[in-house]
Design a protein around this ligand. Structure first.
Ligand SMILES: *Cc1c(COP(=O)(O)O)cnc(C)c1O
Length: 367
């Protein structure tokens, strides 16, 4: 049964309902001038998930498509979620609520500083009701309390997990992995150079013609995005080298979270029609192997979450000037800093096709 083609992955996902919110597929943008300015022997592309559309886009849109499954939405009058005062997740959830004709309450830990700027401004423009709580630890209780308040008024709240990083939400990035695989083999992006060695000597078992080794860098925090990519690669037997770059937590924590979410997402996939899938364990094994081969780094966090770093500032300037792509300082700037450093230091092998998954976050530039 494995490996699956990208189309077969989509068929496997088809019985799992989603609410369409994103503008898909997002383009895979070649960045030849950027690549040439770093090293002559690699290609770079940007997977533009900053352009998923809803509420200024970003990676939360794909995750919410599954998190807001029509069955879970049935009877709901409100969405309730939580995040920081400049949360991208809160922005997109508020936009989804508005699009779906629902109310939205956000439990926000801390004051934004300037509520008239960045995501704090957008949360209000999208019509969300904002409840300020003392700290991160107080968010869960506040969400429960808001849900009961809404129930008390005859409504019904759907509580959306922080970051939508649940097994269900991660399915959005299984789709994204299939989309990228398709774009890479269709040559929507640069052709393979010379005859590069396969990553770690492991042949790609997805049956595709020989291709350059693919390295995919993504910012990873609550782990749902990376988890979906892991499961997608496991389903397709795609030996893309995944790299998760932390904007905040220690690498070990992110790896553990992403692995657990990926295994949970694998368990949601329907079994093939004739009874239990005898090779279900094969998929679990595959996910574990991909997770073990995934690189996770916290070397680019700098002083902390949201704190500027010299390397992220350089990355933002370089992607802007050499690729016409605008990154953000909190997440994608740090992921791109890792990409640049690993390309320069030769961690990324000659002949590689390097992809930055652009997860969004632009409003942080304007806060
Ligand atoms: C939320 C977010 C991330 C992290 O994604 P996870 O799925 O939580 O790991 C990365 N980049 C941006 C711009 C985000 O908003």
């Amino acid at each position: 049964m494995f490996p699956l083609s990208p189309d077969a992955v989509l068929s496997r996902l088809a019985p799992l309902a989603r609410t369409p919110l994103a503008t898909l597929p997002t383009p895979l943008l070649p960045a030849p001038a950027l690549a040439a300015s770093l090293r002559g022997d690699i290609d770079i592309s940007i997977k533009a998930d900053a352009w998923t559309g809803l509420g200024l886009g970003g990676n939360k849109v794909r995750k919410l498509e599954y998190e807001l499954d029509p069955a879970r939405l049935r009877g709901a009058t409100d969405l309730v979620t939580a995040g920081g005062p400049h949360s991208n997740h809160c922005r997109v959830t508020a936009a989804a609520a508005a699009r779906l004709g629902l109310g939205c309450t956000l439990a926000v830990n801390g004051e934004p500083g300037d509520a008239g700027r960045g995501n704090a401004l957008l949360h209000r423009l999208l019509g969300a009701r904002i409840v300020t709580v003392a700290d991160r630890a107080a968010r869960e209780a506040a969400m429960t309390e808001e849900a009961s308040r809404i129930a008390g008024m005859g409504g019904k709240a759907l509580v959306v997990a922080v970051g939508a990083s649940t097994p269900r939400g991660a399915l959005g990035y299984v789709r994204a992995a299939a989309e990228m695989r398709e774009q890479v083999s269709a040559g929507d992006c640069p052709a393979p150079r010379r005859n590069p060695p396969a990553i770690r000597g492991a042949p790609d078992d997805s049956g595709a013609r020989s291709e350059a080794p693919v390295w995919i860098f993504t910012s990873s925090s609550s782990g749902g995005t990376l988890a979906g990519l892991m499961l997608g690669c496991a389903l397709m037997g795609w030996r893309a080298q995944l790299v998760g770059v932390s904007p905040d937590d220690p690498a070990a924590k992110i790896r553990a979270a992403a692995t657990e979410i990926a295994l949970g997402a694998a368990a949601l996939l329907p079994h093939p029609p004739r009874g239990p899938d005898p090779r279900a364990n094969d998929l679990i094994e595959r996910v574990r192997n991909v997770a073990a081969a995934t690189l996770v780094t916290d070397a680019f966090v700098g002083p902390g979450y949201g704190a500027p770093t010299r390397t992220a500032e350089e990355a933002i300037a370089l992607f802007g000037a050499r690729a016409g792509v605008i990154l953000d300082p909190v997440y994608t700037g740090k992921a791109a800093a890792a990409l640049i450093a690993w390309v320069r230091e030769g961690v990324v092998p000659s002949g590689a096709h390097v992809i930055l998954l652009h997860t969004g976050g632009h409003p942080a530039l304007f806060r």
